[in-house]
Write a protein that binds this ligand. Structure first.
Ligand SMILES: C[S@@+](CC[C@H](N)C(=O)[O-])C[C@H]1O[C@@H](n2cnc3c(N)ncnc32)[C@H](O)[C@@H]1O
Length: 220
């Protein structure tokens, strides 16, 4: 699943036709509980699920799956050059690092020539709107160009959640300057069957402004 709209890889085929996933080495970045790797393994691919959070990987382990789980920072990948055919990420790692180019360069290094990276992030336009599902989430409340990160702190002042904003242009430049060719930028529309309201995600907002941006990149 690429995002809260509900676009899944069976429908999108952004990693290529599902029948061609068989036997492919796939790196999932910011895997969380490794839902994507579990699906990839079911297609006959050979996924590796990577996340910086040991706790998330414990969830992945509990749910199960016959593929490796790796606890590491996506900006310092513990793999040899040209180890993977594909890399993917659904809202993993990239929105949470100050310099996503470090991650993208690492992914470029570990992909084989011709390899593909597909990653989804919150659509940058959402940064300018309050994260509310109702009409209050439809009026611009901040600058789209303000790159100051969103930070939540605990009682002692330690950052416990940080999200970094990149404009659409920033993201395109990050991808291209890291050596990738951008072949598609998918903005899934909110489908009529999806009636779920979750956080700032809702059919109302989804029908008016994009929520997810999916970048399809090739390592030539
Ligand atoms: C919003 S969750 C997405 C999880 C999963 N991809 C999904 O679709 O449910 C983001 C994940 O990225 C991981 N993450 C954040 N920064 C990371 C980093 N620098 N390296 C690797 N993983 C990271 C978090 O631990 C978290 O599991």
């Amino acid at each position: 699943m690429w995002g809260p709209e509900g676009l899944d890889e069976v429908e999108a085929e952004l990693l290529g036709p599902p029948e061609e996933l068989k036997g492919r080495d796939v790196l999932e970045l910011g895997a969380g509980a490794a839902q994507c790797s579990r699906w990839l393994a079911a297609q006959g691919a050979r996924p590796v699920a990577l996340d910086i959070s040991h706790r998330q990987l414990q969830h992945a382990l509990r749910i199960g799956g016959a593929f490796p789980l790796v606890c590491a920072d996506a900006g310092v990948l513990p793999f040899a050059d040209a180890s993977f055919d594909l890399a993917c990420s659904a809202y993993g790692a990239l929105p949470f690092v100050a310099d996503p180019r470090l991650v993208l360069r690492e992914v470029h290094r570990v992909l084989r020539p011709g390899g593909r990276l597909v990653f989804s992030v919150t659509h940058p336009i959402r940064w300018a709107f309050p994260d509310e599902p109702g009409p209050e989430g439809l009026s611009v409340s901040g600058s789209y160009f303000d790159r100051t990160p969103y930070v939540e702190q605990d009682d002692t002042g330690h950052a416990v959640y940080v999200e970094h904003h990149r404009t659409l242009g920033d993201r395109v430049r990050d991808v291209v300057s890291s050596g990738f060719r951008l072949v598609d930028l998918v903005e899934p529309e909110w489908p009529s069957w999806n009636t779920t309201e979750w956080g700032g995600w809702s059919p109302l907002r989804g029908s008016l402004i994009p929520g997810t941006a999916i970048f399809v990149c090739v390592r030539d």
